[in-house]
Design a protein around this ligand. Sequence first.
Ligand code: PEP
Ligand code: MN
Length: 375
Amino acid sequence: MKDLKLAGRNATRSIIEVNGVSIGGKEIILMGGPCAVESSLQMSQIAETVKLAGGKILRGGVFKPRTSPYSFQGLGLEGLDYLVQAARAQNLLCVTEVIDAASLELVVEKVDLLQIGARNMQNFELLKLAGKANKPIILKRGLSATIEEWLLAAEYILAAGNPRVILCERGIRTFEPSTRNTLDLSAVGVAKELSHLPVIVDPSHAAGRRDLISSLSKAAIAAGADGLIIETHPNPAEAVSDGPQSLTPEQFVQLAGELGVVAGAVQRGFTCGGKGDTLKTLRTQIDRVDQSIIELLAERMEVVRKIGDQKRLDRVKDPVREKEVMLRLVHLAIERQLSPEIVKKIYPLIFEFGVQTQIKSKLAKDNELEPASIQ
Ligand code: PEP
Ligand code: MN
């Protein structure tokens, strides 16, 4: 791909900075909001949801490129004010889609990021104009675009002078009718292999149905996505567009609460609970962390039990191994700015319970075996 002069792979990955938010770094960036801006109330409600979930960017279309000319085309400038004000009130950034030169001109100074939608991915004149804008561009993959075409579209923006492009996989057309599009998760890996640009995933337009959004979002993070853009609406049943794929506020917050574990599993980070300074949200975070601790302890005990099955009863306690583990964890604790005393106090108890579990499990097994050996 010799023409990816600027979008092509680099020694380092690009981290796109936008008003205090970094896209493409360790932290997974969550963006959410309705497909279309409908009212001031709708936007202020959903901005609160996005903030509560730990989202950083509020989305909302005001110029809608609709498949049918008779569908709602967006509120235009009136909607832009609702989007910008709702975002500002919650200290969120905001993004909206531009569809032509006129809409770009109208929104560029008011929003933090611009989106070029799937239907305009190869609108080359629009790409060139986006290249002159001083705002980051979220470039969605076209409905039937190859990854190469998508990256070349990004190249247009970069070549025109704007280095801040974020690629967004949002599903492609396939023969499969059970989802609106097919989320191409391998595209995340391929795009990141071929390009230094961050890649985010929009599971909403890919699936077209809300029941799949949670699992697709988690899969996207596992596949290497740098962020998610998800449609959510205060009342999806009443949404003027894309209601069936929009999460309710409760579902959005719940999903956000589940993303941290997935992010952690792939050495990324996501902190749910944007209103980090209120007692309620901090306690929600603590409850979630405590739940993870218990789940991890249960997992540890299960492994410990299996290990016990491989040891002789008189060798269940292994002080040398315990010492090794302890040493490693003390170092880890220091690295993470934790007091080593925590490890020194907690781990002997964990080891002791482990040994007891192994002994109990072995004795129970022996008892099971006895009747058989008498026969
Ligand atoms: C949207 O984000 O509302 C949208 C129209 O998405 P896409 O361009 O991916 O269809
Ligand atoms: Mn939509």
